[in-house]
Write a protein that binds this ligand. Structure first.
Ligand SMILES: Cc1ncc(COP(=O)(O)O)c(C=O)c1O
Length: 392
């Protein structure tokens, strides 16, 4: 695999297999980010009063083309957590309303929904489905067992955090639309890892991160809202673009309301076109494919070591892309293993229990090599053997 390692600023002493948690930014994109920051500092007044909005418009237009959207339907937000919070607070949930979700959601975003639901007398309903998933139609059916006449919203991750599973977004959105249920998608892990075409995906609301797989600097995400729903989605932070003393920013109401939330460092947003250019220069579809092949091989090897099958259907290669989980033996002390993988083997990788099942979540980005993954499999084999021998 042709490594892009030199472009990234990661500690060379660490095998970094956790792109999924916070991402990592290639140097050329980071340089553009810092250049924006310097530009702001050179003349803050001119920048914010004259340059910021045209620059945001340029960046938004580039991002919109990347995710198959119209530029007037998306705004930058700092992260997916923020995007979910905006939506959860803005939807006019009433007592008795239900927000249906899966048991695979990211805790911080579930906290947002739980908080809003508790305040409004609504219910946040976590519906399980059979995992590993062998049949996506069955997943939809199982999730639908949680639908009631009170279900107003279906909320789920495009790619789940604890199980690194790509959910059948289009299928779920189609079914929800037919039932008159609003769909809100948490795309924290999707931009950059999978192709997104919001024009055809069928979602009503989609929030995504740019600082993970898209390779933008930290603090860059977006919120996309279908045009007819935009009037409902009021801003979480009210500033100059919304309210009686509204200043017209020469954008539509949705952009005006959300784009300016007080003085802020918008450099990460403005670096989005540089991240898109970086991907284009390095043939990102090919990078993704190579990462997926490497990850698939690693899952097979880990499966041989642990005696546990990979939790993805061989019939559905689209269930994972550059991030996947491997099952660990039932009694694995995940905290101890994570610590040993870091301290003894210099591997940064999340190792945790999800619903009682110990898991290792592996992220493979363009900077990873076959040698990185070989180091992981060797380390896991060594540690599991050591644990087994201690028990005997
Ligand atoms: C599925 C999912 N949603 C939301 C988030 C939150 O991302 P952020 O902290 O950038 O808001 C994460 C973070 O890993 C995630 O995995």
């Amino acid at each position: 695999m042709n490594s892009l390692r030199d472009y990234f600023q990661l500690d060379p002493d660490i095998v970094f297999l956790n792109h999924g948690s916070y991402g990592a930014t290639p140097r050329p994109v980071f340089d553009v980010y810092q250049e924006w920051q310097r530009r702001i500092e050179r003349q803050p007044v001119r920048f914010f009063q004259e340059e910021a909005f045209p620059a945001l418009c340029t960046a938004r237009t580039a991002l919109a083309a990347y995710v198959g959207a119209r530029p007037e339907d998306l705004v930058f937000v700092h992260n997916a957590t923020f995007g979910v919070n905006v939506v959860a607070h803005a939807l006019n949930l009433q007592p008795g309303d239900e927000v249906l979700t899966t048991t695979h959601e990211y805790g911080a975003c579930s906290n947002a929904w739980e908080t809003v639901c508790a305040a409004r007398g609504a219910r946040y309903v976590r519906q399980p489905f059979t995992w590993p998933v062998h049949d996506e139609a069955q997943l939809v059916e199982e999730l639908w067992q949680g639908v009631t006449p009170r279900t107003k919203v279906l909320y789920f991750s495009h790619i789940t955090s604890p199980t690194a599973l790509t959910l059948p977004v289009a299928m779920l959105c189609r079914r929800a639309r037919a039932a008159g249920i609003l769909t809100v998608i948490d795309g924290a892990h999707a931009p950059g890892q999978v192709e997104i075409d919001l024009a055809t995906l069928g979602a009503d609301i989609y929030t995504g991160n740019l600082h993970k797989w898209f390779c933008a600097p930290k603090g860059a995400g977006f919120l996309w809202v279908r045009a007819e729903l935009q009037p409902q989605i009021t801003p979480l932070v009210v500033s100059w673009g919304y309210g009686p003393e509204r200043v017209h920013f020469e954008e539509n109401d949705f952009i005006s309301a959300h784009q300016w939330q007080g003085t802020d460092d918008i450099s990460a947003y403005l670096s989005a076109p540089a991240a898109i250019a970086f991907q284009a220069e390095h043939d990102w579809p090919a990078v993704r494919r190579q990462c997926h092949v490497l990850l698939s091989e690693t899952l097979r090897e880990l499966s041989t070591i642990t005696g546990k099958p990979a939790p993805y259907s061989v019939l559905a290669p689209q269930q994972f892309h550059q991030m996947a989980v491997a099952l660990l033996p039932a009694q694995t002390d995940v905290a101890a293993l994570k610590q040993r993988l870091y301290r003894e083997h210099r591997i940064e990788i999340p190792c945790f229990a999800w619903q009682g099942q110990p898991l290792l979540r592996i992220s493979v980005q363009g900077y990873n090599t076959a040698a990185d993954l070989a180091r992981l499999t060797a380390a896991v084999q060594y540690e599991l053997t050591a644990i087994a021998q201690q028990r005997i």
